[in-house]
Design a protein around this ligand. Structure first.
Ligand SMILES: [Zn+2]
Length: 390
């Protein structure tokens, strides 16, 4: 299984200047190569190399590898464009959008990602530094940072190329990791249903509830601070708001890592699969009061779902996604479905059979049953192949 991990670089000002000059040079060279590819109809790497390799090395001072990667990046961009054109993503041939997209060379932004292979980039994991090629020469001892769990994954499983990129003033290396998967458990004994929510972030059909109270309170504070800072609208207030947003994201990510780890461990220990709701449904189905609505829109459900999926996949635990419609109104006992079954946020009482349960636990049982039905009917594990974990 492939995982993508983002590692933040902490360059000194001198190092940052060299990285910036390098990224600019690589992208300028790629944009130029794209013009040549367009004019000469040379969109395959071998052919384009003939037309551009020497010039790129001389004019932009790129090393052999960097030049090759810039050329390959250009060819890849044309391949992607051709795929998109064929798939009709720019409309039909002859339309304005289609002509605009196909009638000019592709271009690269100054800070677009540049691939680095092992000859251009080496990692010193113990020291948390990399040694990286730049147009100003090889730069050693560029510090990096990240969460412990992610850094451990990079140290143990990184393979092939990493992308150097700058996003919003932050330097990142985007590393691809190849993780061995345990053999998929093709005969799960049961499914563990997981209901994602607001008051409880996650509730399993084992009755385990992961409370969101601490997180929600913290997030309410964060929201207040954010709106105060936005009103101020000064440079320093903006900086503070940005810094704060980063902190909030890191904390949420950390919580999601912990919850997903426990859920997957439980499923693995008991030889069960995991049933999750289709994540697109969560926002649509919820009709909520306003304060809850903000909570819902900013809570990273998708991230928790993705973390569960990749941890399950590497542990060989099958994952199926089920239709989330009415999971909170259906009685998991007799399947009578009515809005009135749900008395409040927390209480579920079936009007027909009298079954009483915590509302989220009842929902997670419905998800469990739907997951099991889907599996028995021939559903395959649908944990995604490639996941961004940081
Ligand atoms: Zn019932």
């Amino acid at each position: 299984m492939k995982l993508v991990v983002r590692v933040k670089l902490l360059p000194t000002p001198v190092q940052a200047a060299a990285l910036e000059a390098t990224l600019h040079a690589c992208n300028e060279a790629a944009t130029w190569a794209a013009e040549v590819a367009f004019e000469q109809h040379a969109r395959r790497p071998l052919l384009l190399r003939k037309h551009t390799y020497t010039a790129i090395r001389q004019r932009w001072g790129l090393g052999a590898q960097a030049a090759q990667h810039a050329i390959k990046k250009t060819c890849d961009a044309y391949t992607t464009l051709a795929t998109n054109l064929r798939a009709g993503r720019y409309g039909r041939p002859g339309t304005r959008r289609h002509t605009l997209a196909s009638g000019k060379p592709v271009t690269f932004r100054d800070d677009a990602a540049q691939p680095y292979d092992d000859r251009m980039l080496s990692w010193q994991h113990a020291a948390r530094t990399v040694s990286i090629w730049t147009t100003a020469g090889r730069m050693k001892g560029v510090a990096f940072t990240g969460q412990d769990e992610q850094l451990a994954v990079v140290a143990a499983h990184r393979r092939g190329e990493s992308d150097l990129v700058r996003q919003g003033g932050t330097w990142l290396l985007i590393a691809t990791c190849e993780i061995e998967e345990a053999a998929l458990n093709a005969h799960p004994a049961e499914f563990l249903g997981v209901d994602l929510g607001i008051v409880d972030i996650a509730t399993t059909s084992e009755g385990e509830r992961y409370s969101g109270r601490r997180v929600n309170r913290q997030r309410a504070n964060d929201r207040r601070l954010r709106s105060t800072l936005q009103k101020k609208n000064t440079k320093s207030a903006k900086r503070r708001a940005r810094k704060h947003a980063g902190k909030e994201a890191r904390r949420n990510k950390d919580i999601n890592h912990k919850i997903s780890k426990r859920i997957v461990a439980e499923a693995e220990r008991t030889a069960r699969g995991i049933a999750l709701e289709e994540l697109t449904g969560i926002r649509e189905r919820a009709r909520l009061r306003k304060p809850q609505r903000t909570t819902l829109h900013t809570w990273p459900f998708a991230q928790l779902g993705a973390f569960i999926a990749y941890k399950a996949r590497s542990a060989g635990v099958p994952v199926v996604y089920v239709d989330p419609a009415y999971t909170s109104q259906e009685c998991s006992h007799c399947h009578h479905t009515a809005r009135h079954n749900r008395l409040s946020q927390a209480e579920f009482t079936c009007r027909v059979c009298g079954f009483v349960e915590h509302a989220d636990v009842n929902a997670s049982h419905n998800i469990r049953q739907r997951g099991w039905m889907a599996w028995v009917c021939g559903a395959q594990s649908t944990a995604p192949e490639l996941t961004l974990i940081a």
